[in-house]
Design a protein around this ligand. Structure first.
Ligand code: F3S
Length: 401
């Protein structure tokens, strides 16, 4: 791989130990994947923030990199708790202490401590064609597909290495030839709310191993629909890019028939709801919405459904969003309506990376296929995957309705 004199000097340690180690990670990945050179990135988004997933060794690695500094705008994935309201969530104190150590370690590296999987809803949206190094899988799929930015599915350490060096290796989805669709998916399924887009994403992720789908027949693709679809597609498989005819920017370049053909109908979608629900009746401890982090539109819809109502005292209704979106939702009165009804709007964290298993929850309702895929293993929790409206009904009743 071609390296500039400046990059060679970094590898010799002339700009310090941390930068050398970070560049070694990027060069190592580049060599493994046959990159010809390194390219600059405009931003990074770093996973491995919740202490639950990072662990002690991961935390020590992040701490060891100071006093190096991020050289491009860099944000974080959700942490394991709301950084201000963790006591209200019931997060154990020893976990909270470790979590705050993680946040302080990233702060020392000059990383912006916006802890969200949807930084593109909070002022950090890459441009079309821009090279970035992002690691949250749902955001990777969203920015590649919906915005036409270019990123591989980075790991936490490689995204952090890109933050410190401003570089990534030129391979994979940074290259034109690897962004072409290789299968056509024809949709005849009727898509209703966001959970249908999530179910569709789940199906795509499962069907498309090492394949880039070109979707035909999507009725619409709003920002929220694209984020729901992207999250589930990246969770059930390893999908990092899709094209949707008439909606995604690069789809215009690929109007012809390509590769294999698949078909998704109403029965396929319905099966996803059944397949991902591990419970069919009974009490629900937690109704969790905001995977990926809820948008202002979703919080507005929740406030409209909850206005003047009270959720069951035997359950909890938690929304997860980013701090900037919550601030706006507060100003617009949505948070007040939700919290008067007994719900909570938390920031910085989510239902998967919070230590739910230590907080006494055993059953959860979600409208996200990604959350339904991960919760049984990540938190040893039983789930029901259903629509947004049904989730709110479950919270009002305290049980499956
Ligand atoms: Fe985001 Fe957590 Fe879901 S990181 S995509 S809310 S699992």
């Amino acid at each position: 791989m071609y390296l500039t004199n400046e990059q060679e000097a970094i590898l010799k340690g002339e700009e310090g130990w941390a930068k050398k180690k970070c560049l070694e990670i990027i060069v190592g990945l580049g060599e493994m994947y046959g990159a010809d050179r390194l390219i600059p990135v405009a931003s990074t988004q770093i996973s491995g923030v919740s202490y639950k997933t990072l662990g002690e060794y991961g935390l020590q690695w992040v701490e060891s990199l100071a006093p190096a500094k991020a050289v491009v705008p860099s944000t974080l994935n959700p942490a394991g708790m709301d950084l201000c309201r963790w006591l209200e969530m019931g997060v154990p104190e020893d976990f909270a202490e470790k979590q705050m150590r993680v946040i302080r370690a990233y702060e020392r590296l000059g990383v912006i401590t916006l802890c969200s999987c949807t930084p593109y809803l909070a002022g950090f949206a890459p441009r079309f064609g821009e090279h970035v190094a992002w690691s949250e899988s749902s955001a990777v799929c969203f920015v590649n597909s919906f915005l036409g930015a270019r990123t591989n599915r980075e790991g936490g350490p490689s995204a952090l290495a890109s933050a410190i060096t401003g570089l990534t290796a030129n391979y994979g989805l940074h290259l034109d030839e690897n962004r072409k669709p290789t299968a056509v998916v024809k949709l005849s399924a009727k898509l209703g709310g966001l959970s249908d887009y999530s179910a569709l994403g789940y199906l795509l992720g499962k069907m498309m191993q090492q394949t880039i789908p070109y979707l035909r027949g999507l009725p619409s693709l709003s920002v929220d629909e694209a984020k729901a679809l992207s999250a589930a597609a990246a969770a059930s498989g390893n999908l990092a890019l899709f094209h949707a005819e008439g909606f995604t920017p690069e789809s215009r370049a690929y109007v012809g028939e390509v590769g294999e053909r698949f078909h998704v109908d109403d029965r396929d979608l319905k099966r996803v709801y059944e397949e991902l629900s591990t419970i069919r009746s009974g009490k629900i401890d937690l109704v969790a919405i905001g995977c990926p982090h809820a948008s202002l539109v979703e919080l507005e819809a929740a406030a409209a459904l909850l206005k003047g109502k009270k959720i069951s005292p035997t359950t909890k209704l938690w929304f997860f969003t980013s701090l900037p979106v919550k601030v706006l939702a507060e100003r617009l009165g949505f948070v007040d309506v939700i919290e008067r009804a007994g719900g909570k709007v938390f920031t910085d964290c989510c239902m998967i990376v919070a230590p739910l298993e230590q907080m006494g929850f055993t059953t959860m309702a979600v409208n996200s296929a990604k959350a339904a895929v991960y919760a049984p293993t990540a938190s040893k929790i039983d789930v029901v995957f259903t629509t947004f409206e049904k989730c709110v009904d479950i919270a009002l009743e305290g049980r499956l309705v």
